[in-house]
Design a protein around this ligand. Sequence first.
Ligand code: ATR
Length: 282
Amino acid sequence: MILTGKARLAGVVGWPISHSKSPRLHGYWLDKLAIDGAYLPLAIESNNFENSLNGLKNAGFQGVNVTVPHKEAALKYCDEVDPLAFRIGAVNTIVFKNGRSYGSNTDAYGFIENLRQNSENLEFSTAKVVVLGAGGAARGVIVALQDAGVPEILLVNRTKSRSEALAADLSIGHEGNIQVVDWEKRSEILSDVNLLVNTTSLGMAGQPPLELDLSDLPLNAVVTDIVYAPLITPLLELARSRGNPIVDGLGMLLHQARPGFEAWFSQKPEVTSALREFVLNG
Ligand code: ATR
């Protein structure tokens, strides 16, 4: 690690923050690229968010990543917010420059880049996609799919009012490409699907598994989960055992980190298998 008086500083703001993999991930790139800089875990409570961000800005930080529970507060905090982050309704990356704060959201980019890197045969412009879940994570995924040109998205959530609200909100300017499906019908809509995405917390360590019958899913359909603890969720395990290509959620985390790193430290970082191993074994 190189750290001089001229070091560039960045970090991740969240509460709690001790579980975050981002310091290890950015630390790997800083070391690899021999950059004079540091990326710190910053535990900040909601009632202290604005003051703390002002403090970091005034202390000369290049910027921060923002994680749970501050992504919506970050959108309100920033002086300028890019249109994609507005559509998603959340900011996860802030750059401080000349006393101002610029907010963006790199989750959609991370989601698509992970699929592009790990599922070459997926053709977004003709794909039919099932998205399970309608929380904050689903917003980023759906916006990413829309921008990649996906013509048909089936949105399935336990609480239908939430999927309806999300579909109505995100359909503005993208007429008609999101259809809401009842949670009980989720196993019956898989017969001509090209991509299945789980954005619910089901399958995460400590949560119940996602119950889904994959019998109708074509064997060439890609199955991905944004959960990465465990890396292979029960859904991915089931999909892999019947021969479907799978993409785990760790890649999304690694790819979403790239634009922030480049903005703060002025070098392009790469996602490699060595990085994956390093982050997994931390
Ligand atoms: P995030 O911002 O990470 O997406 P969230 O907003 O809490 O988190 O959303 C969690 C998602 O997992 C929601 O889609 C939630 O469904 P509801 O909208 O019905 O709450 C889904 N989820 C969580 N537990 C679930 C369960 N036991 N069965 C079905 N869906 C579940």
